[in-house]
Design a protein around this ligand. Structure first.
Ligand code: GLP
Length: 242
């Protein structure tokens, strides 16, 4: 990182330019997950800029979820979450496995009637009653994904049944899914979704659609999610046909 690169990095306040220059260093893999950043003082001296500028840039990156600050230890590149594509797990399970604290912030919890698209995904007649859950999913309070789940009301009588985990609520009724189909696609965050997740508009998103089924093949869930492209890796194991 050189002072010149930061100064020439667009316009706007210097700390913003430093913020995006640091982000680029991480995106390029020069600094990797769990790598420590130099101290505020060292970076300021090295770049010949004020400590306040460095502090503001780092703070903004912590807010963006790109960096984590650990008390007494320093600032590090935040870990990415890896999720296996072959195992059916819930967000809650995924986070707990990684030693992170899963959370959900509710945006919508309602009963409604299946739209034609939802009816098709869930194999229902259009208009059938469904439970709708729209949640911001967090890990250690960092926003990770925006999820919109639609469940036939027959399987989840009231949205209030869900406290933190949807799959735990379904398990209570013996309706935890056993199989799922998932579609992933790259998208860009629109303004509204970006704002909810605290990322810049137009940044990379991973759109994931999951339809999950009971053991007997009945669809139980249709969920559309937007995961932060900067925080998530999906891992698949592949084999050549026998
Ligand atoms: C993942 C899936 C969703 C599923 C959710 C359940 O995030 N993408 O389709 O609904 O897990 O997680 P939880 O039980 O924590 O609500």
């Amino acid at each position: 990182l050189r002072t010149r690169d930061i100064e020439n990095n667009g316009n706007g306040p210097l700390y913003r330019r430093l913020q995006s220059a640091l982000k680029a260093v991480i995106d390029d893999g020069i600094l990797q997950v769990e790598d420590a950043l130099p101290s505020e003082r060292d970076l300021a001296t090295e770049l010949g800029i004020s400590r306040v500028t460095v502090r503001n840039a780092m703070r903004a990156l912590v807010e963006e979820g790109v960096l984590v600050q650990r008390h007494g230890a320093g600032t590090f590149v935040a870990p990415r979450v890896e999720q296996a594509l072959s195992r059916l797990t819930s967000f809650t399970e995924d986070m707990i496995t990684r030693g992170m604290d899963p959370g959900a912030i509710w945006i919508e919890k309602t009963l409604g009637h299946a739209s034609p698209e939802e009816a098709m995904a869930l194999n229902l007649s259009p208009g059938t009653e469904v439970t709708r859950l729209r949640r911001l999913r967090t890990a250690n309070d960092k926003p990770m994904a925006l999820e919109y789940a639609v469940i036939p009301r027959a399987f989840l009588p009231s949205p209030d049944e869900v406290d933190k985990s949807l799959y735990d609520a379904l398990a209570k009724y013996n309706k935890k899914p056993e199989r799922a189909l998932q579609r992933l696609r790259a998208e860009l965050f629109d303004g509204e979704t970006a704002k909810i997740l605290g990322v810049p508009e137009g940044s990379a998103a991973l759109y994931i659609e999951r339809r999950s089924f009971l053991a007997n093949g009945t669809p139980v869930e249709f969920t559309r999610s937007y995961y932060r492209g900067d925080s998530y890796d999906f891992i698949a194991e592949m084999q050549v046909d026998a």
